[in-house]
Design a binder for this molecule. Structure first.
Ligand code: NAP
Length: 306
């Protein structure tokens, strides 16, 4: 049995907590900036933390074996510093996106401090022996959830957590599809719940690679739109195909007019077009017994329940 700290209380953290509590005998608690009575009402322990106070972070982490972080930016850097100093054995950084190697080496427009976190983790591994592994899962299915990711307390930090913020707007029956003249634009995807199952199953592995690649399904973006048309709405959407040139100039315009949410929405489309979430051959099944949900099954279940 190990002790696990879940940093942050977003929907992903809560899925992970659910699977730790139902599938393992490990102890866990959340670290949060706020008391979160909703989580304590579920019988889960929530420890308050002030990420600006390294002594406080160190104190909260004494005796912890593994940290699973969903926090980004300076808070995560402080968590990594403190974790290494109190000899935490393993650290899962707040990644859960496309593969590390498929990001721009410099000036990544989607970086919310993850690059610095990975560098600091490498430094701390060399200095203190703290292991780490990023779980690269592609796009969450939940981007297509009714009400958007926000309905599941997910994605607030990504600026695209509202319904219709990524590719498809079901209410307006429209889709904005990144387009290449030379090849299909594809994304690899997993449900956040299956990502949580995978992370929890990996806790018992004796060794970790620096990165786990997992994806339940790889689909053409065009086919995702078709699936949503067919299984959710039963009508065809108005499709707008957007090229790299179009997105480049739209991003410049959104930036110049100070439209932050539009800038980030377009940046995610550009990242999709540039193949950032497209990786083949990753499988969840070596670690988890029940197969991960396929996109269409997840979609139908999500929208039937809405
Ligand atoms: N692949 C995908 O499609 C996809 C989509 C969305 C998210 N993700 C990934 O999922 C993970 C969670 O992302 P998210 O957007 O749901 O979470 P988020 O909004 O970035 O927040 C995660 C946690 O960070 C804490 N937090 C928020 N603002 C903070 C601040 N200013 N200082 C310190 N802590 C702060 C909050 O915890 P407390 O309030 O409890 O302190 C929150 O629960 C990330 O790793 C993200 O990359 C992936």
């Amino acid at each position: 049995m190990i002790k696990i700290a879940l940093a942050g209380t977003s929907g992903l953290s809560q899925y992970i907590a659910h699977y730790i509590s139902t599938q393992t005998s490990h102890q866990f608690f959340f670290l949060s900036r706020t008391p979160n009575p909703g989580l304590t009402a579920k019988g889960w322990q929530v420890l308050p933390v002030n990420y600006d106070n390294l002594d406080d972070v160190r104190y909260k982490l004494v005796g912890v074996d593994t940290i699973i972080s969903t926090v980004t930016g300076p808070a995560q850097l402080s968590l990594i510093e403190a974790a290494a100093e109190v000899h935490v054995r393993r650290f899962v950084p707040s990644e859960f996106e496309g593969p590390l190697l498929q990001r721009p080496a410099t000036n990544d427009p989607l970086d919310r401090g993850q690059k610095s976190a990975m560098s600091l983790l490498s430094e701390k591994r060399d200095q203190y022996g703290m292991q780490f592994s990023a779980f690269s899962c592609g796009v969450f299915y939940e981007r297509f959830y009714p009400g958007g990711m926000a309905a599941l307390q997910l994605g607030a930090g990504t600026y695209i957590c509202g319904e219709g913020d990524y590719v498809v707007n079901v209410q307006q029956r429209t889709a904005i599809i990144p387009f290449h003249s030379s090849s299909d634009v594809c994304i690899s995807m997993t449900s956040a719940e299956d990502v949580a199952r995978y992370v929890v199953a990996a806790l018992d592995l004796p060794t970790w690679p620096d990165e786990f690649l997992l994806a339940a399904e790889r689909m053409k973006v065009d086919d995702i739109v078709t699936a949503i048309e067919y299984f959710v709405c039963g009508v065809e959407f108005q499709r707008q195909y957007v090229s790299e040139e179009f997105l480049t100039s739209a991003i410049s315009y959104a930036q110049s007019t100070g439209n932050t949410s539009e800038t980030w929405r377009l940046r995610h489309l550009m990242a999709t077009l540039q193949g950032r979430y497209d990786f083949p051959g990753a499988s969840l099944e070596q670690l988890i017994h029940d197969p991960p949900k396929q996109f269409v099954d997840w979609l139908v279940a999500a929208w039937c329940a809405a």
